[in-house]
Design a protein around this ligand. Structure first.
Ligand SMILES: [Zn+2]
Length: 562
């Protein structure tokens, strides 16, 4: 089956493609259509190459590709070597493929104490990991906090939705208690209805609190609102956590507390948590200073280190447009080794994200070996520290080889299941930019249905590397398989997804197996190739839809770039 598919599909795609663009897609510029020479490129994608790369990158020898660790560095060297073998141009620091990302690792030390002290009654000494998690982001070895708690509802200031939980309150030096997520609504014009905007993400809440000079921020964890259980908070907030080295204002305590702790805290304040949560739903909400202080001694182990993004470029063929680019990204880092863990303690990260790297490398190879070239340049970036909070891509977004305003599109690949031939695509967020009609047409030509985001409330758009690039204005999205696979019903696909999430996601058992079928990974690579080529060849740069939350960043980047 796969061999014939490889031979037949491109021919079919080619024929149907030109007809449909010419005849039925008059709104799509004619230049979008891929020349026949490019179509033959689709034949070059080889699922066995992807498989070989996934196998290598997820070997135990690679030690889970931990950020700033030997295994991670080996993976980066491997990817850079492939780029070199493909004859791509280095686009990192000083003529190399490496872009050094300065990081700082912060580990909460056992001397840390975290106490909620009510004006009346007994202090509540919280137990690390069970009751709370907290990081001191200031890169100091020790800090003391003795500050009033101020409940700020959702902690959101969103002028475009006429929503401001702060109401001008001076929160400098205070510790802000807040809810995750955003005010509940089904109105698509109000925080995008059920879908999550960036305002709902915990990262935004910490950033906003820091911008306002708060000493700390404590998020109340509630499984449904967060869309993940406490275990996820606990696991991703234990041990060393990495941050980009920054010079802006940071929090002495960036924390989460368990719902039960919040309930007790409200009680001790003579309040009712349920009622507090309801009050936060109102536009008229005002910050409330609670009769409780946070008394904390934040002790941290600080480790300065660095890790590399691996960046290459294929120069475009058009003397004018080659100063502009289309970018492909996939993170290579994973969780490394947990030496204290008994049994298998290597987080191989075969799916997450050796698969994305395998696809990125195959794209780089086919682009580089193509007899024809797209008009714009193509950037290939395998980024680091994704698992640490999209840090490598954040750094890349701030230090791009071509200015953000001149990058038309970023296509990201993260965790592409090796489950055979998909009949669906998941490209949530693609509809937010003006290129979507072309993307839809291409999906049609590839006979791939576009699966709507089944959990818009989970805010997946803000959880992968394309988001770092959207933040600096670049239209961007991730390409993945949907749930329906050839020769299987939809339920099978959903079962596979659920089983992976429950048993293998961010576990040492996310391992390579020779029985994995990379046909779909190759399909995703081909589709990504067609989309990227079309974007790199059309006359105009891609822009966000009017009113999109990233439109402002785009305009800002282009003011500077042009
Ligand atoms: Zn990932």
């Amino acid at each position: 089956m796969p061999k014939t598919v490889l031979m037949v599909v491109p021919v079919v795609v080619c024929a149907v493609f030109s007809i449909s663009f010419a005849a039925t897609r008059s709104h799509v510029p004619a230049e979008v259509h891929l020349p026949p020479g490019v179509m033959t490129n689709l034949n070059q994608f080889n699922r066995d190459h992807i498989k070989a790369n996934v196998r290598f990158l997820s070997l135990d020898l690679l030690e889970g590709r931990g950020t700033g660790q030997r295994g991670g560095d080996l993976a980066a060297e491997y990817i850079a070597t492939q780029f070199l073998l493909y004859d791509l141009k280095p686009a990192g620091d000083n003529g190399t493929f490496f872009q050094k990302v300065p990081l700082v690792g912060i580990t909460p030390a056992p001397e840390t104490t975290f106490e909620l002290v009510p004006r009346k009654g007994e202090a509540l000494r919280l137990k690390a990991l069970d009751d709370y998690v907290a990081y001191d982001q200031t890169e100091q070895a020790a800090n003391d906090i003795d500050a009033d708690l101020v409940y700020v509802g959702y902690g959101i200031d969103a002028p475009e939705y006429h929503w401001d939980d702060y109401k001008g309150a001076d929160v400098r030096g205070k510790v802000l208690l807040m809810l995750v997520n955003e005010p509940t609504s089904n109105d698509p014009n109000f925080f995008k209805g059920r879908a999550l905007t960036y305002y709902g993400r915990w990262t935004y809440k910490y950033e906003e609190a820091a911008r306002r000079g708060a000493a700390g921020a404590i998020l109340i964890h509630e499984s449904e609102m967060a869309s993940y259980p406490w275990d996820v908070v606990r696991n991703s907030n234990s041990g060393e956590k990495s941050f980009l080295k920054v010079d802006s204002q940071q929090l002495k305590a960036a924390a989460w507390i368990q719902l039960a702790v919040a309930r007790k805290l409200a009680q001790d304040s003579g309040m009712d948590l349920q009622k507090m949560m309801e009050e936060a739903q109102s536009r008229n909400f005002h910050p409330v200073t609670l009769p409780v202080k946070l008394k904390a001694h934040m002790a941290s182990k600080i480790r300065q280190f660095s890790s590399n993004n691996v960046v290459a470029v294929l120069p475009g063929s058009d003397p004018k447009l080659k100063d502009e680019a289309v970018m492909y990204t996939a993170h290579y880092d994973h969780l490394g080794i947990r030496p204290e863990m008994p049994g298998d303690n290597i987080y191989n990260g075969a799916r997450d994200n050796a698969t994305g790297c395998g696809i990125l490398l195959e794209l780089a190879r086919v682009f580089a070996q193509s007899p024809a070239r797209p008009r714009r340049s193509i950037i290939f970036a395998s980024v680091t520290a994704e698992e640490q909070g999209l840090l490598g891509s954040e750094y890349l977004g701030k230090h791009l080889p071509i200015p953000a305003g001149k990058i038309s599109l970023d296509l990201n690949f993260d965790d592409i299941p090796p489950l055979g031939e998909p009949e669906e695509l998941e490209i949530s967020g693609a509809e937010r930019n003006g290129f979507y009609p072309t993307v839809e047409s291409l999906a049609e030509e590839f006979r791939l249905a576009i699966r709507p985001d089944s959990h818009p409330e989970a805010g997946h758009f803000y959880r992968s590397d394309h988001f770092s690039l959207a933040r600096v204005g670049i239209p961007s999205f991730s390409i993945n398989e949907g749930m329906k696979y050839k020769h299987h019903n939809l339920e099978w696909g959903m079962q596979q997804a659920e089983e992976f999430t429950n048993k293998h996601y961010h576990q040492p058992s996310d391992e390579y197996s020779p029985s994995m079928d990379f046909t779909g990974d190759a399909t995703i690579a081909r589709f990504g190739f067609a989309v990227g080529w079309a974007a790199a060849s059309q006359p105009k740069l891609i822009e966000w839809q009017k009113g999109d939350e990233f439109e402002k960043a785009r305009l800002r980047s282009q003011g500077a770039a042009r």
